[in-house]
Design a protein. Structure first.
Length: 587
């Protein structure tokens, strides 16, 4: 194979030949109701039964209601981008695939590598929480018995739990077996459990509000601290960043793109249906819990069962416990559903080990990927503490969502074929008025200037967000810095606005472009900066492992590299091919 320049290798972009974006080794068997309940199942479990107690008690207090609103708004902005991409390229891999198409191979690998980590952490946290709910019904028998047996040998650390959770270990194994049976069977299982879970949540809201005490929201404590905002606005924003993970279920729709019937219609519709339903439920259920009892009395791992137990409503307590077990099981099944499909997409592209892309002939699922990552996931659920897992949630998802929003900007400002004629391209990406250094920008391939502008915009967003995160905005120098930064952001936005969008017709498009994806980028970046610094350190550690795999294996085994070489199209980094890639979009 001919040697490819390093920069060309890491920036090569995935293409689809003709209608190959609709071809798949997976079976298209999922309907609108299947994927809508798939998303609801993923969102409704962890958001209510894991995050709620932790965020209320440690981060936001009753203002978790605002945290869920802000996180839902951010998710909705990202959902517009996912809906457009899901209709345009219905492929497994979601954010990974979209980034590969828009920004190139290295960034795609980085995004793709974060998604499995996010889901493994989420799945482990769900399994630990399921175990806590179940053990709570048995008077903590499993915890006490395990400590009795291994207490002298088990040494918990800062990240490890006080005892190895055997229940959560086997739960991950069992749920993975359900996924291995096939997509349609797991979808039917998911739909049934999602309906039961929604019914239990409605029971919580109706009966919980009968114990509502608005003194838990109004007034101040003896220390003069607001009952509604006990951790201040910083706590609310930090809570929003954590709560964002509760909305990541709509990414399941994109990950299942190769298995959805009529994906151009189904994926966008299911995306907005699921987010709308779940946002209403989150706001109502978090309001109910914080009105029932003071925020500092909310139990971290079993908030609803303990809240009703404190009120003497023991019958409701057991109904909620059963609902929690059903909801968390549902959440775990859908989380495990997504995990191997991202791995499959990367392996199928040659970026990670190819045996992970093998599809089982009988069940039509990536069985090898399921087995390998089930083992890793089960071990994580066995040994890690739930609080350390919760703290790590969201960053990978926010990172991926940011790239999806940026990818929409990049692709909309690329030229597209006129009437599907590759030889006739529209004016997408060309300048639409007077801009400084116009001759230089026009010398670049169509849309390359927008790609550069989007990159600079992300840098400016991080600069602005960290200014507030570090409270540098309280100083005179910080305020001057903010002024300069806002000016730069405005100039970049106007620069992007000065380009023509392509004329490609799609069934689902992000509205008010470039404003919507630019706002989505800002919100995602802002929430990322409010996550704990230890979260960033762990992310970089995981990235180091992934980059080692990419530079020792993926960069050499990439199928896109082999395709380019086979047709004699080894390009320099200055090219930005869109042929077939944009034209592959369907109406």
């Amino acid at each position: 194979m001919a040697r490819v320049p390093f920069w060309s290798a890491i920036t090569r972009r995935k293409t689809f030949e003709g209608g190959s974006h609709l071809t798949s080794n997976l079976k298209r068997c999922l309907t609108l109701s299947d994927v809508t309940f798939l998303a609801l199942g993923q969102m409704l479990g962890a958001g209510i039964y894991i995050l709620t107690g932790s965020v209320i008690h440690n981060q936001a207090g009753p203002s978790i209601v605002l945290s869920f609103m802000l996180a839902g708004f951010a998710a909705l902005l990202s959902a517009f981008s996912y809906a457009e991409f899901g209709a345009r390229f219905p492929r497994a891999g979601s954010a990974y695939t979209y980034t590969y198409i828009s920004f190139g191979e290295l960034w795609a690998f980085i995004v793709g590598w974060t998604i499995p980590l996010e889901y493994m952490i989420g799945n482990a946290a769900v399994a630990r929480s399921w175990s806590a709910y179940f053990d709570n019904l048995l008077g903590n028998w499993f915890e006490n018995k395990t400590l009795e047996l291994v207490g002298d040998y088990w040494q918990p650390g800062s990240f490890f739990s006080i005892y190895p959770d055997i229940l959560s270990f086997f739960l991950v194994i069992i749920c993975s077996c359900i996924i291995a049976v096939g997509s349609k069977a797991s979808a039917n299982f998911n739909t049934l459990f999602a309906i039961i879970n929604i019914a239990v949540v409605l029971i919580v809201i109706v009966f919980g509000l009968t114990y509502a005490d608005f003194d838990n929201w109004t007034g101040t404590s003896e220390d003069g601290i607001s009952n509604f905002l006990p951790f201040g606005w910083t706590g609310t924003l930090t809570g929003a960043a954590t709560c964002f993970f509760a909305y990541v279920g709509f990414e399941v729709l994109a990950s299942a793109g190769e298995e959805v019937q009529n994906p151009q219609r189904t994926i966008p519709l299911a995306t907005f249906l699921s987010i709308g339903i779940i946002m209403i439920l989150y706001i109502l259920v978090s309001s109910t819990l914080t009105l029932m009892i003071p925020y500092y009395e909310v139990h971290v791992t079993a908030p609803f069962t303990e809240a009703f137990n404190m009120k003497g409503a023991h019958v409701i307590k057991y109904i909620i416990a059963i609902g929690a077990l059903v909801g968390l099981t549902n959440n775990l099944v859908t989380g495990i559903f997504v995990l191997p499909r991202t791995i499959y997409a990367m392996a199928d592209d040659g970026l990670i080990f190819s045996f992970l892309a093998k599809i089982n002939e009988k069940s039509a699922v990536p069985l090898n990927a399921i087995i390998v990552f089930t083992i890793i996931n089960a071990i994580m659920a066995l040994v890690f503490d739930i609080q350390s897992l919760v703290e790590f949630l969201s960053i990978g998802t926010l990172f991926a969502y940011s790239f999806v929003s940026a990818s929409v900007l990049v692709l909309r400002y690329q030229s597209a074929p006129i009437d599907n004629d590759e030889k006739r391209q529209d004016e997408g990406g060309t300048l639409n008025g007077w801009i400084p250094f116009r001759n230089f920008w026009e010398s670049l391939p169509n849309g390359r200037s927008v790609s550069i502008a989007v990159t600079l915009l992300i840098v400016a967003y991080f600069w602005l967000a960290f200014t507030f995160r570090l409270e540098y905005h309280l100083t005179t120098a910080g305020q001057i810095s903010i002024g300069i930064n806002v000016f730069i952001i405005l100039v970049i936005f106007l620069f992007i606005l000065g380009h023509k969008q392509n004329s490609l017709e799609l069934r689902s498009k992000v509205p008010f472009l470039p404003f919507t994806p630019c706002l989505s980028l800002f919100v995602n970046v802002f929430m990322m900066t409010y996550l704990a610094y230890s979260t960033w350190i762990r992310l970089f550690g995981w990235m180091a492992i992934g980059l080692f795999i990419y530079f020792t294996y993926g960069i050499h085994s990439s199928k896109e590299a082999k395709r380019i070489v086979s047709i004699g199209e080894v390009r320099s980094s200055s090219t930005f091919p869109m042929k077939n890639r944009v034209s592959a979009a369907t109406n």
